[in-house]
Design a protein around this ligand. Sequence first.
Ligand SMILES: Cc1cc2nc3c(=O)[nH]c(=O)nc-3n(C[C@H](O)[C@H](O)[C@H](O)COP(=O)(O)OP(=O)(O)OC[C@H]3O[C@@H](n4cnc5c(N)ncnc54)[C@H](O)[C@@H]3O)c2cc1C
Ligand code: FES
Length: 280
Amino acid sequence: MAVETVRINNSGYRVKHGLLRRITPLTEHEKLFEIMLPEGESLDHDPGQFVQVSLFGVGEAPISICSSPTKREAFEICVRQSGRVTTAIHKLHEGDIVGIRGPFGIGFPVLPLEGNDVLLVAGGLGIAPLRSLINYIIDNRRDFGKVDILLGCRDPESMLFSSEIGHWQKRIDLNFCCSVDHAAPEWAGNVGVITSLIPGVNLHPLKTFVVVCGPPVMYRFVIEELLKKGIPERQIFLSLERHMKCGLGKCGHCQIDNIYCCQDGPVFSYQKLKNIKGAI
Ligand SMILES: Cc1cc2nc3c(=O)[nH]c(=O)nc-3n(C[C@H](O)[C@H](O)[C@H](O)COP(=O)(O)OP(=O)(O)OC[C@H]3O[C@@H](n4cnc5c(N)ncnc54)[C@H](O)[C@@H]3O)c2cc1C
Ligand code: FES
């Protein structure tokens, strides 16, 4: 085989065939897709990494892997119907094939988290990549200290993974708290923005790592609350969403200043991002 062919086969350019083994509607706008690669192929991802999902003749979109690397036989993605590619993905059926490139990027800092307390803050669709980390932590629970999960949603109907969240809520080794922006009177949980949950979390700032994932508008306010709690900037990690094409640090679509979100991120420490204009 020519050297160039070997390089392409092992690179992020190569499209693998992903079989849609199971499709589960989660809400009106989001579906969960369980994908299997051909025999002998595995994804080997870290929590927080993403894949490029393509449909022939339609296009390609970056989507976070939402299952834990501890789930070996298949992986999962949660897709919100928002435009051309994601609408076409929503029309697919079990047994159909999608193209998969990746995994790409630098995910959540799993090793530094080990032995420490972890606070996970998710807004809306941000729970999808965080679910990969949450289930990884659950599967390796002894490696981590106290775990707090804060989730903010628009309303109870838009909450993703609600049945799985029911299981997380029952665990005594996880503290889960959810707040919604709007709710009917029968909603028994918190109402208000996600930042309102942070003051109530009991944490030791120097041994707590925080991972935040959600819409960009949330970041500034969440960081403000975390800094008030005394969490060091180097212990706050954020996942950035930027328009992406190649996923390989080549096209420049995801560039902010001198960083490429697709390769240098999407997960960055606040210490790194705070000096990069336009990052948050
Ligand atoms: C690292 C990363 C991880 C992501 N993970 C997920 C995920 O787990 N689930 C999911 O549903 N979506 C995720 N997204 C967003 C997803 O990639 C976009 O919604 C998708 O590319 C839109 O493609 P489309 O052809 O359906 O929409 P288009 O027709 O291209 O656009 C529809 C709308 O979506 C906006 N849009 C397009 N791309 C992005 C983007 N990258 N970020 C924000 N807005 C965008 C457009 O501006 C437009 O308003 C992720 C994006 C990135 C960069
Ligand atoms: S998506 Fe092309 S450089 Fe990042």
